[in-house]
Design a protein around this ligand. Structure first.
Ligand SMILES: O=C([O-])CC(=O)C(=O)O
Ligand SMILES: [Mg+2]
Length: 388
């Protein structure tokens, strides 16, 4: 078994929305295709991967470092003892001559290739990735039914409160029970009005999470914490800078509700620092590390081991990113759920066509690999790169 080619291309996922920190007018991502010499149904098996929104395309690094290292590696050195492509050995080959630390520089590029490798490996075994993961690292079966929440509520130019309510009703009408909106891109007073408008649009049992995208300094983060006590959100996400663990810990001491963070931590070492120093509470808080930004599933497995060693259950993990890779990990390894962007970052986000959200849960269909082939608009883009 050989990797015969690794292709990459940058695609726009731009839109006019903004969060408290950035607008998405020039947002891009990298799509990667790992082409193997294994044939299934008369065609070479191709694995696909891409990075999540927020960190832009990774073409230069892929072309200059990670793809050449893979193609120049001894092909037998990339296989496991059964002679199948081994994602851990592929990871090691990509990381040759990389110093420790500085993870965000390269963790996104590595994560895209890692996703494609896992997709290929599961397709070669002709089973859904979630089941392969459950067999290798989990309880043997996994659970294809996964909690998902609808992320939206961005600051849209010209969107008034009524339109924000319509947006949120659009999510709950599709079966979501938890919706998320941005905060920190307006004054606290205006954000209060936006929060109250959304809460008014929700039915009993439905919840709102809020996300500040790391915008706040200490005073503002604590002022929002105090204001949020009254609204009891599902969680208060990334109040301050993602690396300010002391501030995170202080908020945890003073805010009684659930906190969530981790989407901007890109390695097991960074995740461990959050757990060691960030005062996160394993009984109520949520961890959002996203494998597609942080060296892929090979590293995410290390993160899950580290969390267990520190008394955290995988159930407290609900990854950022809204992609099917984390959906498969959630189903295979018992995470608490996954993010979903029902109307954003298309065609990359979302589920296979026809997958319904019921009471806030989706059930992953039985497709080999991650399941990209079940999403027609996404697969159309992928095959242009992978099957040319
Ligand atoms: O707006 C973004 O950058 C995405 C984000 O934080 C999220 O999905 O939690
Ligand atoms: Mg976020």
């Amino acid at each position: 078994m050989r990797i015969v080619d690794v292709r990459e291309k940058t695609y726009p996922i731009s839109s006019s929305i903004r969060n408290a920190y950035i607008d998405f007018s020039r947002m891009t991502l990298s799509l990667v295709a790992v082409v193997t010499d294994v044939v299934r149904d008369g065609r070479p098996v191709v694995g696909y991967g891409f990075n999540s929104n927020g960190r832009y395309g990774q073409g230069a690094m892929l072309r200059e470092r990670f793809v050449p290292r893979l193609l120049e590696a001894d092909p037998d050195g990339l296989l496991d003892d059964a002679g199948t492509l081994d994602p851990h050995r592929v990871w090691d080959a990509m990381m040759v001559n990389e110093k420790p630390g500085g993870h965000g520089e390269r963790s996104v590029a590595v994560g895209t290739v890692d996703m494609a490798v896992w997709d290929a490996v599961a397709k070669i075994e002709e089973k859904p990735l979630y089941r392969l993961l459950a067999e290798r690292y989990g309880d043997g079966e996994g659970d294809p039914r996964v909690f998902v929440y609808a992320a939206g509520g961005y600051y849209h130019p010209g969107q008034d409160l009524r339109a924000l309510q319509e947006e949120m009703r659009g999510y709950t009408a599709r079966g979501y029970s938890v919706v998320k909106k941005k905060i920190g891109g307006a004054s606290l007073e205006e954000d209060r009005r936006r929060i109250e408008a959304v809460l008014e649009a929700l039915e009993p049992g439905q919840r709102l999470a809020v996300d500040a995208n790391g915008r706040f300094g200490r005073e503002t983060a604590l002022a929002y914490a105090e204001a949020l006590e009254e609204y009891d959100p599902f969680w208060y996400e990334e109040p301050g800078d993602p690396l300010d663990f002391e501030l995170q810990a202080e908020i945890g001491r003073r805010y009684s509700g659930a906190l969530a963070t981790g989407e901007n931590l890109f390695s097991v070492q960074d995740a461990r620092n959050l757990v060691r120093y960030g005062g996160m509470r394993p009984e109520k808080d949520w961890l959002q590390f996203d494998c597609a930004l942080s060296y892929g599933l090979v590293e995410y497995l290390r993160i899950l081991d580290m969390l267990r060693d520190h008394g955290w259950s995988p159930r407290r993990c609900i990854p950022h990113g809204g992609h099917q890779m984390s959906l498969a990990i959630a189903a295979g390894l018992g995470l608490g759920g996954n993010e979903s962007y029902p109307d954003l970052f298309q065609p990359f986000g979302g589920f296979p066509d026809g997958t319904a959200v019921e009471d806030g849960y989706v059930t992953i269909p039985d497709l080999p690999g991650i399941g990209f082939e079940g999403k027609a608009d996404l697969y159309a883009v992928m095959r242009e790169l992978g099957e040319r």
